[in-house]
Design a binder for this molecule. Structure first.
Ligand SMILES: C[S@@+](CC[C@H](N)C(=O)[O-])C[C@H]1O[C@@H](n2cnc3c(N)ncnc32)[C@H](O)[C@@H]1O
Length: 214
């Protein structure tokens, strides 16, 4: 998977490559065969009663793209919205190193608990998984140097901007109601968001209430 992403120029920076080599994606995808776990596809892990997908491990190309856009350095304080399987949180933890922190917010309690369990067993360092509505960010640990939203947002929540340090960066998918849109990079400069770039994407939508079934 990493060799393929590197060959295609999706993975570029040594730190992100090292992190993706170090974190075994299959451990976050219980019951999924090895081949599917390392294919360049999103894997749905939770559906609503009517079978609508609620949570997935995002496509590796998208995970790598967003991590490259995020330009994390050691020591950064990072907020992730949408823990899902916990795979991306594990990658974030490697990127921030021992001196950094990662807090990840998940709205589906059962998913968040499962991700926290996997992370405790697999991740090299502590990651705080918080159950709640990520539209409010997580003020307790703010401000953050980096914010990454891994579900499709219809707009930029004011709380995310408030909780980002000046000079900080936020990467998020801004999408329409079908989940189609672009992953956009914003830098916060003098309290203004400056748009840096965008890549087309499709994402599961950010929601306001937990709706999942097991
Ligand atoms: C595409 S998945 C995230 C993938 C995840 N980062 C991973 O590595 O597996 C999107 C996640 O966002 C969660 N989510 C949706 N709305 C949310 C909200 N308002 N607050 C927090 N999490 C939310 C969903 O339950 C789902 O688990």
């Amino acid at each position: 998977m990493v060799a393929e992403l590197t060959k295609r120029g999706v993975l570029v920076s040594p730190a992100v490559i090292r992190a993706m080599l170090a974190v075994p994606r299959h451990l976050f995808l219980a019951g999924v065969d090895h081949r599917s776990a390392y294919a360049d596809r999103a894997v749905i892990v939770l559906r609503a009663a009517d079978a609508t997908p609620i949570s997935s491990a995002s496509q590796p190309t998208m995970v790598a793209t967003m991590l490259e856009q995020l330009t994390i350095a050691e020591g950064h304080r990072v907020l992730e919205i949408g823990t899902g399987t916990g795979y991306n949180a594990a990658l974030l933890a490697l990127l921030v190193g021992d001196s950094g922190t990662v807090v990840s917010v998940e709205i589906e309690a059962h998913l968040g608990a499962k991700a926290a369990e996997t992370l405790a067993a697999v991740a090299p360092r502590r990651i705080d998984v918080v159950i709640g509505d990520g539209n409010f960010g997580y003020p307790k640990n703010a401000p953050y140097d980096r914010i990454i939203v891994t579900a499709g947002a219809r707009e930029i929540a004011a709380k995310w901007v408030d909780q980002l340090v000046d000079g900080g960066r936020m990467v998020l998918p801004l999408v329409d109601r079908r989940g189609l849109g672009s992953v956009v990079v914003f830098d916060k400069i003098c309290d203004q968001l400056v748009r840096r770039g965008a890549v087309r994407c499709g994402f599961l939508l950010l929601c306001e209430h937990a709706t999942g079934t097991d």
